[in-house]
Design a binder for this molecule. Structure first.
Ligand code: SAM
Length: 319
């Protein structure tokens, strides 16, 4: 389906839980509580939403969270999503803490690949930023994904000034010997917490300046990232500049939160209550989603004077 600005909407990101076993400093303040179980979408409700979305032309589903692997029965849910006609790609964003032992079963269920969030290669700093995470769980999962050819394996890194910006080259060097894609994602002003965007934001342009050996790849892809490579390396380096050089003109996605709200733009407070539509039988899911797509704004307003930061924390959206 096309929106008002002629963008083809074919990508749905669905958060399957708002629970997360990490408390990343910039994402989930640890005093924040989760929703009640009854406020969350059930498996059947998610399947009904994805079926309706597939009728509108959605072909790609991203499973996210919270930490998606904390949802009970996730593998069975993925297998059922995989059976929905028209859905030809199911991917997941995860912190990889619980991934290693489940990779084979996830693949069998129909998951094509995963994006892994990883903000430090220093085990102590990693533990600090995640509030207890174990770096080797993540690195072992990356190796296993490569071995099982669930590729490309994408590593998403949020670089923050004065925090992990001394690790830029370490991350880039990961791509020398491994066929992975390391993507730097700009810190975004989002959520109701004390982590200072102003203090820690670092533009991708500044990061790129520190890496003169990266060669730009002229790839004609539809992705949000611009890609580069070190000479003779197996992997690639991507830059996702959601703040400094937004890609709203080619935005093809909508988001559903685990409590059943539709977000048509990550950086807008406006949400649409799909859960209410489903539970109170206020019309068809497909008609409701179409109405939402029709309201999708042209672009975010982060760099405009009347910008209002989104209050919902990222772990309750899914990234
Ligand atoms: N738990 C999963 C994970 O860690 O990938 C999925 C949910 S997590 C909210 C998704 C992504 O959002 C992570 O890559 C995280 O780094 C990113 N994120 C959270 N807050 C952010 C912010 N303010 N700016 C940029 N990315 C953010």
């Amino acid at each position: 389906m096309k929106d008002r600005f002629n963008r083809e909407i074919n990508y749905l990101r669905i958060s399957v839980t708002d629970k997360c076993n990490y408390n990343c400093l910039y994402c989930k303040p640890d005093n924040d509580s989760s929703y009640q179980e009854k406020e969350m979408l059930t498996d059947n409700e998610m399947l009904a939403i994805i079926t309706a979305a597939s009728h509108m032309g959605v072909t790609k589903i991203r499973i996210t969270g919270g930490e998606p692997l904390m949802r009970k029965g996730l593998i069975e849910l993925i297998a059922k999503i995989n059976d929905i006609q028209g859905i030809n790609e199911i991917v997941m964003t995860t912190n990889a803490s619980l991934l290693f032992s489940q990779i084979e079963r996830l693949k069998e269920a129909g998951l094509s690949r995963v994006n892994i969030s990883l903000d430090s290669l220093d085990p102590i700093k990693f533990k600090y930023i995640t509030n207890g995470g174990n770096l080797s769980d993540v690195l072992n999962s990356i190796d296993k994904l490569l071995k099982l050819e669930m590729t490309p394996v994408k590593i998403n890194v949020v670089l923050m000034k004065g925090f992990n910006d001394n690790e830029i080259l370490d991350f880039i060097n990961l791509t020398k010997d491994k066929a992975i894609i390391v993507r730097f994602i700009e810190l975004m002003p989002i959520g109701d917490h004390d982590f200072s965007f102003k203090k820690h934001y670092l533009s991708n342009e500044e990061i790129l300046k520190q890496c003169p050996s990266l060669i730009a790849l002229n790839e004609n892809n539809q992705e949000t990232a611009k890609y580069y490579q070190l000479p003779n390396s197996k992997g690639k380096v991507g830059f996702i500049s959601a703040v400094s050089q937004h890609f709203c003109a080619s935005c093809n996605r909508i988001r559903i939160t685990s409590d059943g709200k539709v977000k048509t733009c990550l950086h807008e407070n406006k949400e649409y209550d799909l859960l209410d539509c489903i539970r109170n039988k206020n019309g068809s899911i497909e008609d409701y989603l179409k109405e939402c797509v029709n309201q999708k704004p042209k672009s975010h307003k982060i760099n405009e004077t009347d910008f209002e930061k989104v209050k919902r924390n990222m772990y309750k959206i899914g990234g």
